[in-house]
Structures are given as C-alpha cells and as structure tokens.
Design a protein around this ligand. Sequence first.
Ligand SMILES: [Zn+2]
Length: 396
Amino acid sequence: MAPTGGALAELRRTNLKKVVSALRQSGTLSQSELARVTGLSEATVSNLVRVLIEEGRVKLSKGRRNGRSVNLVELDAAAEELALAVTVAREAITAAAVDHEGSVLAERSRLRGQETPYDEERSTLVELIQELRAVDGVSSRPLAGVGLALCVSIDPVSNTVPVGFGGHLPAFDPSWYGADVTGELEDETGLPVRLINDCDAALLAEVRWGAARGCRDVLYLHLSSGVGGALILGGLLYRGGLGGIGELGHSSTDTSGRLCVCGNRGCLETKVGGEALLSHVAALHGDDLALGRLAELARSGDPGCVRIVTDAAQDIVSGLANVVAVLAPQRFILGGELAAAGPALLDPVSHGMQRMASPRNWRGNVVLAELGGHAIAIGAARFVFGGTELCLQSMK
Ligand SMILES: [Zn+2]
C-alpha cells in the first residue's frame, strides 16, 4: 500500500536527508550518481532535487559524465543548515552558531551565577538563542536545532539533570533537577533541543575533527575546576542509563581521602580538580592564581607548578590505569584548562600509563585535546546533526 498523508511527508523528509547527506559527503554529483549513492529511483531524486532548488539549498551546474552533458548538483554552502550550540559552563553561558564542518560562525556569551534559579537561566538561554538567530549570516540559514551542553551529568533517558548527591551539585541550582529543559526550550524557541554533557560533546568533536580523528575506542579526561570524562567505544558515544557514565573524575583510589561532591571519598576530582591543585600552589603563588595560569607556569618550567602537575599526573595514572586496562582504548585524551601545561602533564601521564596499565591491553597513546575552547560547542552541534545515531545506547 502506498504511504499517504503524514507517512508520505515523513518519507520525503527521510529521502531529502539522504540526498543532502550524499551531497555533503561527495560534493558535486549528477542526478544518476545521486540515485546510485542513495538507493532512490532517478524519478524520486529528480523530484527531491527540485524541492531543494525551490528551497535555495542546492545549485546546479553543467558537467560531463561518460562524454554526455549532465546537470550536476551541489549544496549551496551559504544556505546549509546550522546548529545552535549552547554551553552552560560554571561561570558563563555561551551560544554559538556552528555548521556541518564544525566552524563557528557567530557567538554570544553571558556571565552566570551558579545559584541562579532554573527559570531565570532558561530565560537567559532563550534570549541568547534569539539573539544569535538574529545575527547576519545566521538569520538566513535553516536551523537543525539546539544542542544544550551542560557541565553536569545528564540522565540520557529522561533528558534531565538528575538530583545531585546530598541534594547538591556544583554549578547548578537544585531547581534544575528533573526540569523538562528540552521540552520547555522547544516550546519557547520552536526548535528541536538535544541535551548533552559537556565532556561528551567535547569528545564527539575531538573524534571527528581533533585529537582522536578516526579512533573508535577513546577515553577523554577533562581537567578544569571539576574533572569530567567521556567514553567512545566502537566508534559510538557511551552514555549508559544513569548519566554517570564516563565520569572518570569520580574514580576513587583512596578510601580515606577527602569527601567528594558525589558522596564518595578520594575521587580523582578531589585530588586533581582546580580547587585542590590551586590550594597546593598557594604557598608559592598566592591565593588568586587561576588554573590556566598554573598550567602555563608548569609549561614554562616553574618548579613549584611543575611539581604539582607531575603529582597530578601520577594521581591521574593511579585513578585511570585500571579503566584503561579494562577498555583498552586506542587513545586517551587529556583536555580542559590543565592541558595547557602541555608536555609537563602529557609526559608523566604517558610514562605512568606505560608503567601501570596492563601491557596486554594498553597499546594506545596519551594525547592532548586539540580543539580547545570550541570543542564543546562544535561537539554539541555534531550531536544536533547526528543525534542518537552517534550513541551506543538508544535513548528512545
Ligand atoms: Zn566523586
């Protein structure tokens, strides 16, 4: 039976996506080539190309195939859809318009207070999204949706921020817990919204455009004020069902260590998080040193900062050698502000991993993240374009 009504519209949307994605991968194709690549009939391709021309999304040019003159189809880059990536970090909210190639076209940012109620923050998110939509070069383009990256665990089944242990989460007011963030933002902006953890987003970006291009099994450790992590296994992002997957910062090696915000003791975050490291260097550099500056000083050979970073490297190795032995990743990426220490961090972690991870399972290498400050935004955009197909577990 031929599909009708809604089913027909859905089929056309799916087929349009196939054609656009084939053009994105191959550049310029004739209609016969498009039919072959997509598996659609030439008549269907011809109809779809007509729709794309009407929408101003493709350009036609004359070319030759097998000695015959043909129409060649290519996407009009200036009309390609964009994703809006909104990152909620501890101290700021940043909204960026990002294209399929991971280029940031425009950006807007606001400072935030970590105890701001959810309703107020949601208004700021909506304002930033609307501001960005009005920017020249963004306003004329179709939008695929909003990727909202939060510096906190996400429950990927309910798409919410879960209740913090002890009723407290750093950087988020309790009114965020369980709130229908995606539903409410979708209602207010009219755009599809996808929620993602910031480290998951950064890793999606590093695997596509950065330090782990082409790798299928990758661990990512984000070293900033907090310590976060993410896993890609078999080429897919693993998010589990509770939102704590990949939280490598909460791997504990010391049962009598400091109590952590997660309720455990001696977690990696209590040892190598920004607050812990800065408290150690205060004797040499005072109380107001920022973590990024500590990293730069270590990179330039300041003895006290080198020592602190070397010790942090040892803690990282102790915390993660067993994780690495179990998952046998091809690559282990170090990102976040502390990664600015460069070789002062990378070398001792690499050497420590050689020594402590099971030789049978560790044949990978440790590298520094490559994409810096925009990694989270472009990864969140990739998540908008690719969705749960990028994830190991279906979140339906
Ligand atoms: Zn913890």
